[in-house]
Design a protein around this ligand. Structure first.
Ligand SMILES: NC(=O)c1ccc[n+]([C@@H]2O[C@H](COP(=O)([O-])OP(=O)(O)OC[C@H]3O[C@@H](n4cnc5c(N)ncnc54)[C@H](OP(=O)(O)O)[C@@H]3O)[C@@H](O)[C@H]2O)c1
Length: 273
């Protein structure tokens, strides 16, 4: 039997058991939402649940690359929560590699993590979101707007996510589902700078292991990113770039590619390289 719809607005945050996703989950709870966080690892989900410690927090174990599990998740949301207002697709992973060393298998893996998880989850939740005239917010990256050195297939995967998001927005408009994307630069976290050590080959400079492959863009407070996600929902923003001044650099680079390359090399070079 289906639950009668919750009086509280309801949000699903994929990848809500760690990193940025967890901060987004806490932000929506503070805003009065009932929140379900989704991840593959049950222990990690329970640890996040204990840390957040909120009566309106639910957890769901699901591999979003598995079509059946993703459809069961939508059925569970319908059954247990009765409504869905917001889906934040936060699952994703970066990379380190030179293009000359990037393998097709690794590129497929990155597209699976950053794009296919979003596609399957959005498809399975579309019916629920149509009922509420809800919102989908995808978490992209600056790497989905411009190139950067040493990020392997991450740029390609996040550019694909950017393109698919705009296509979804156009196609879902008649169903009154708003589709948005937030493109953050590197985000501050305790293990930033050590997460990709084992992916940096000897052909790459040491700076490649640093956030954004060694870009000089300063690490963002994750709360700023979570607030931007909320603006996409509450003020129907479509496309937010953080830090905001990067929007102008990206626009300049699109209009004048040689200037764009010069600026990118400048922002991603250590002195003397
Ligand atoms: N960190 C940054 O500096 C930064 C900068 C710009 C953009 N971003 C973007 O922000 C998002 C979050 O990044 P993060 O570094 O905060 O992530 P993270 O700490 O690595 O966490 C990833 C989350 O996704 C879950 N997950 C991974 N694969 C999954 C799958 N197949 N099905 C269900 N859940 C899955 C993980 O849980 P399980 O492993 O238990 O499944 C975990 O909760 C990503 O899209 C990333 O590209 C990050």
């Amino acid at each position: 039997m289906n639950a009668s719809p919750s009086p509280l607005p309801t949000a699903i945050i994929t990848g809500g058991s760690a990193g940025l996703g967890r901060v987004i989950a806490e932000t929506f709870l503070q805003r009065g939402y009932r929140v379900m966080i989704v991840g593959r690892n049950e222990t990690r989900l329970q640890r996040a649940s204990q840390t957040i410690n909120h009566p309106e927090l639910h957890t769901a174990q699901c591999d979003l690359l598995n079509t059946e599990q993703t459809q069961s998740l939508a059925d569970r949301v319908q059954r247990e929560l009765g409504r869905l207002d917001v889906l934040v697709n936060c699952v994703g992973a970066s990379d380190r590699s030179l293009v000359s060393e990037l393998t097709p298998d690794r590129l497929h893996e990155l597209i699976d993590q950053n794009v296919v998880t979003m596609l399957l989850c959005s498809q399975s939740m579309a019916g629920l979101l149509e009922q509420s005239s809800g919102t989908i917010v995808n978490i992209g990256s600056l790497a989905g707007k411009v190139g950067a050195r040493y990020l392997g297939g991450y740029n390609a995967a996040k550019h694909a996510l950017t393109g698919l998001t705009q296509q979804m927005r156009l196609e879902m408009l008649p169903k009154n589902i708003h589709v948005a994307i937030v493109h953050p630069g590197p985000i501050r976290r305790d293990d930033a700078g050590a997460r990709y050590d084992d992916r940096v080959s000897t052909s790459m400079p040491a700076q490649a292991a640093q956030p954004g492959g060694g870009t000089s863009v300063k690490g963002l407070d994750p709360q700023r990113v979570a607030d931007a996600v909320l603006r996409c929902v509450e003020r129907k923003k479509r496309d937010i770039i953080l830090p905001a001044h990067m929007r102008w650099m990206i626009a300049l680079g699109n209009a004048f590619p040689s200037l764009g390359d010069w600026l990118l090399l400048k922002f991603t070079s250590k002195r003397g390289e």
